[in-house]
Design a binder for this molecule. Sequence first.
Ligand code: FES
Ligand SMILES: [Fe+2]
Length: 378
Amino acid sequence: MMTIGHRELGQALKQSETSGYDEAWSMPKSYYTDENVLALERDHLFAREWICVGRVEEVPKPGDYMVFVLCNEPIIVVRGEDNTIRAMSNVCRHRGALLAEGRGNNKRLVCPYHHWSYDLEGKLAGAPRMEAHKNFDRSNCRLPQFATEEWNGFLFVCLAEGAPPLAPRLAPLAKLIHNYHVEQMKVLYVADEVWETNWKCLIENFMEGYHLSPLHKTTLHLVNPTRLCSHLPAGESYFGYNAGYSPDLPRSQKGHPDLTDAEADNCVMFAIPPGLVSGIGGDYSSFICIQPETASRVRAKLGLIFYGEDWPQAAVDHAVTLFNATMAEDKAVLVDLMRGMASSHHARGPLAPADFEGPVLDFYRFYSKRLSPVLSAT
Ligand code: FES
Ligand SMILES: [Fe+2]
């Protein structure tokens, strides 16, 4: 039966589909705090949409692997001898131990518990002392595999079978970022973190420029001030904004030669919901892969990717320091936000104009199209 909280949320979401950017309001607290809402999101968003698990160059050589937890589903991403990247279940077919942790390189995936092993395509390669078993068909034993798609160097996985490809829905975004040549950028920094906030708060925060100058006044404001933000028209499976680089800084010369001056002066901030946000700059770019753990806790895989080979360590360190300082400010304010939302005096608030908070409304609309029908049926 629909609760009062869900009814209010359903109405607010439906409103977001038709309200203009100059009349939009934020969501009620149940959107961010209700574990029942998260359960619906797992089933209807994370288990159905294409989810970014990182970058293809994180597994550059045959045998390279990395693990990821998608929607409570342990996954291992492995590059095979045939150079194909596969996403497979990271759960042993014997009694269910996790096959791998973190990242590494191996010719076989060997379960630490009883040493069953699998080849890089997920087929059982060895099962010690199991010959005597009468009805275990080892030739058909393999790790379940999930669909993968590569887009501009980002690797997406979809748990649902038969999902339509992602790239056609991202075509206008691909055009916008084409000259940055993100597919040639390489990860030089990656970190797994846990943030004590709702996963949607993390996306909203990354995707609005309204807070850049006030919250980040000694960090990001000096690079991407709020006044230089402008809204991008949203697509079916993405939304975003432009964050202009401050003219007080020298223009970076490190980006791809295809970049126009206007592109070199701009960072394209976009989300491919529900699992990826990214900021594409000419010289280097940032991304966060987002997976909810609870309604108030989210796993975030944060990375910086750089264009070109000749990056001195000091320049990389400088970028990482700025990124981490900025993220620390975001992380702290998002903890406070959850405290504020727990208050009995929390109320929905008006959103700032499209250039500053338009992507927040775009995200509500994306969400509403998928979840409103489900919420109204609960
Ligand atoms: S659970 Fe993996 S070998 Fe036993
Ligand atoms: Fe921020």
